[in-house]
Design a protein around this ligand. Structure first.
Ligand code: EPU
Length: 339
């Protein structure tokens, strides 16, 4: 495998900052893991890169960046009702979702059009429109980087999934590399259309009656395209903040003063608040400073209009956090990995 010097990462992450990796390589086969390991001894830090859709670079990366390009999709089991399908980490997420839907396998339709790769999906337990990827994951295949890349298979419970969270972001970060994900999908899954926007969009499409999984995927694609900026045209990393989860009593007090604040039950004794609403009310929606901005149609998304630096985006994020905290007493946690 080839190791390159001073490679631009501009086209390799969705925020579009013009930063460089000191060393760079593409991982297309697990046979190359030993070569990466010995290179890493000289290069220091290693960044394993998927689609780069959840990253903010505030400086050049002074180490080795490895683009995960493992490919392949295969069916492991099919009993006529359910299937287990395995996709390699480097497969494009949305292409994989459409691949499953085209075969009549339901489960991932609400997660259409999320930027990134299959391998990144369990790391932050991607979610949208009432579904989280953990709902369909049966197992995750990982390489243990502390044990010569030995392959391990983690069951769903082993992954300790939470809201935008998993073992891969915490205890196993830097040790377990996701190399493939196994999904349990169904030929008969019930359509999950409860999320308000989806119902309205299906009605607009004239498919409100008995929508197919492909209809739901189309509806999600329309909603996302209307609300969320396409990274191909406007740099961003999706939601820049998590929706804050508060003890229900604290949330009740806040909602009593702000009855419009959208909120959802989030497990026993917990309430999730819409960060986008808090940011909009604090006056940031559509704000632009230089090339750093807050998206005009979804205040949770910070955008790079062209030449914003990661530090400028980070400074804007900090101002938003301070303003929301001063006004509502709520701490917003950044969602992307900041490097
Ligand atoms: N809202 C506002 N102003 C805004 C944005 C939102 O008032 O500028 C309100 C909306 O009106 C709505 C509520 O906040 O009542 C929730 O908004 P929305 O449905 O757009 O979803 P979200 O909570 O802002 C989350 C995910 C998104 C996912 C959507 C749809 C997180 C951090 N974000 O956003 O995921 O697409 O739900 O399910 O959980 C991502 O993680 O990158 C991402 C885009």
């Amino acid at each position: 495998m080839e190791f390159l010097d001073a490679v631009s990462l501009r086209e390799r992450h969705t925020f579009g900052m013009d930063v460089r990796a000191r060393r760079f390589a593409v991982l297309s086969t697990l046979d190359d893991l030993p070569a990466i390991r010995s290179e890493a001894e000289h290069s220091g830090r290693v960044l394993w890169l998927g689609g780069g859709s959840n990253l903010l670079f505030t400086r050049d990366f002074d180490g080795l960046v490895v683009q995960i390009a493992l490919k392949g999709i295969r069916t492991l089991a099919d009993d006529g009702k359910d299937v287990i399908v395995e996709a390699a980490a480097g497969e494009n997420w949305h292409d994989f979702v459409r691949h499953t839907l085209a075969r009549g396998w339901h489960g991932l339709e609400n997660l259409s059009l999320i930027p990134g790769t299959v391998g990144a999906s369990p790391v932050q337990n991607i979610g949208a429109y009432g579904v989280e990827v953990k709902d369909c994951i049966s197992e995750v295949v990982c390489a243990d980087l502390d044990d010569n890349g030995r392959l391990l298979v983690l069951g769903n419970a082993d992954c300790r999934f939470g809201y935008r969270d998993s073992i891969f972001k915490r205890q196993a970060a830097g040790r377990l590399l996701v190399v493939a994900v196994r999904f349990k999908l169904s030929r008969q899954a019930a359509a999950l259309t409860g999320y308000g926007d989806i119902r309205a969009e299906l009605a607009r499409m004239g498919r409100a009656g008995t929508p197919s999984a492909l209809d739901i995927s189309d509806a999600v694609m329309h909603i996302r395209a209307a609300k969320l900026p396409d990274p191909a045209h406007l740099g961003n990393a999706g939601s820049f903040f998590k929706n804050p989860v508060l003890p229900a009593a604290d949330a009740r007090a806040l909602i009593a003063h702000n009855p419009e604040l959208p909120h959802y039950a989030a497990g026993t004794g917990k309430t999730k608040l819409a960060a986008g609403w808090l940011i909009e009310q604090a006056g940031f929606k559509g704000l632009r400073e230089g090339d750093a901005g807050v998206h005009a149609r979804q205040a949770l998304v910070l955008v790079n209009y062209g030449h914003a630096s990661g530090k400028e985006i980070q400074a804007l994020a900090q101002r938003i956090q301070e303003a929301v905290h001063t006004r509502y007493g709520v701490a917003l946690e950044a969602e992307p990995v900041i490097l």
